[in-house]
Write a protein that binds this ligand. Structure first.
Ligand code: GN1
Ligand code: MG
Length: 376
């Protein structure tokens, strides 16, 4: 089954050895991902990750690949300076037989491959709290290692990806269009986003006013986008680099907390189970600040809590928009899946809002510590 989907592609990559097996990796809402095993003549097993890039989400896969190659080359060069092993500290793209960074098949689908990093795992949920601290370290280090990369030279792989003001207009248009005939039952959900429309535009506003700088950001910082070394429990590197592009650090910080510090899955149907775990929030913050201190601005640091709210609101609204559009963007496992996801994120946001004061206080303590360390 899996082999039939990929067999026309395999011969086009410079894989070492003969094909042994493939299995599909199910996590991820956008691309199709496969884990491949090969055997070399010396009897060594080599492993790869093969992905079909979703060209509904990514209209210009060649721009996605150009960004990834540039950013991973930069990370590899900087990792080596820090004495980190380059092959485990970022993804390595495998070239095609034509020396390209992706292969376009007869149907126009775009495929790319990476070396598989072994003895490492990406977790869908925080199983050990220290992994979430480690995720903070990994995304913080990502910021640090790319701080000298010219952000404006990267393509915007999905234009206005975190432009939450524009996302709101798209949402309003979807309500008006009602393509799937689902709007009539969604009055409370729709009101929810109208009530928050001003607050959700705040980050975009601060970027426009020059209060927040643009940096190279990952933009999809779920914990399952970080590889953890299974021997040491230390983070290796962020993966899933499709949305690396210019953005605000608030996006990366906020999205990571949204996903990893929730007490339930992103699509938990029982909203009673969904809260923000304050200890996990603090652990990630500690890891993140440990790597970003010294170069984040005070405006960035004090607005980190806003990032959590805006990213949660944005994704809730994206899920609801896709539900109203008839499930065109996210992969769904049932007709109600996007609605369940939207309601779960709305509940999470409500809980985050109720903890706003405590969240800000914790972040302010980190800032105060940093300021006093800088002065001493
Ligand atoms: C998508 O591909 P994946 O599952 O890492 C989405 C993110 C959402 C996320 C929600 C390109 O990420 O923006 O936050 O689902 N990626 C894209 O699970 O839209
Ligand atoms: Mg992704």
């Amino acid at each position: 089954m899996v082999y039939n989907d990929i067999k026309h592609v395999l011969g086009h990559f410079r894989f070492e050895g003969v094909y042994l097996s493939a299995e599909e990796i199910q996590s991820g809402n956008i691309n199709n991902t496969y884990h491949l095993s090969y055997k070399t003549r010396e009897g060594k097993t080599t492993q790869y990750v093969l992905q079909r890039i979703n060209n509904y989400a990514f209209k210009h896969p060649e721009q996605v690949m150009s960004n990834i190659v540039r950013v991973t080359n930069h990370l590899r060069a900087n990792c080596a300076q820090l004495g980190l092993p380059p092959e485990r500290s970022t993804l390595t793209v495998i070239e095609t037989d034509q020396g390209k960074n992706m292969y376009v098949d007869g149907r126009g689908s775009c495929w790319r491959a990476y070396h598989f990093i072994d003895q490492a795992r990406a977790y869908d949920r925080v199983e050990k709290p220290e992994h979430f601290y480690e995720a903070g370290v990994a995304f913080g280090a990502f910021q640090r290692l790319l701080a000298d990369f010219p952000a404006d030279e990267l393509y915007e792989t999905i234009p206005d990806f975190h432009n939450t003001r524009k996302r709101f207009y798209t949402f309003v248009a979807s309500v008006a269009e009602d393509r799937a005939g689902r709007v009539k039952d969604l009055e409370p959900e729709i009101d929810f986003f109208f009530e928050r429309r001003k607050r959700m535009s705040k980050i975009v506003g601060m970027i426009e006013q020059g209060i927040l700088p643009l940096r190279v950001t990952h933009n999809d910082t779920k914990i399952n986008n970080v590889l953890i070394d299974t021997n040491t429990d230390k983070a290796l590197c962020p993966i899933d680099l499709d949305t690396v592009m210019p953005g605000s650090v608030l996006y990366d910080y906020g999205d990571a907390i949204r996903f990893g510090a929730s007490t339930a899955a992103e699509d938990e149907p029982d909203t009673e189970k969904i809260h923000l775990d304050m200890e996990l929030f603090e652990l990630f913050t500690k890891g993140f600040v440990s790597r970003t201190k010294g170069f984040l601005t005070i405006a960035e640091m004090e607005n980190l809590p806003l990032g959590i709210e805006v990213m949660t609101c944005e994704l809730a609204m994206r899920f609801l928009t896709d539900y109203m559009d008839g499930d065109l963007y996210f992969k769904v496992r049932s007709p109600e899946h996007n609605l369940i996801r939207a309601r779960a994120q709305m509940k999470l946001l409500t809980d985050i809002e109720s903890k706003r004061g405590a969240i800000q206080q914790t972040v302010d303590q980190f800032i105060a510590r940093e300021v006093s360390a800088a002065e001493s």
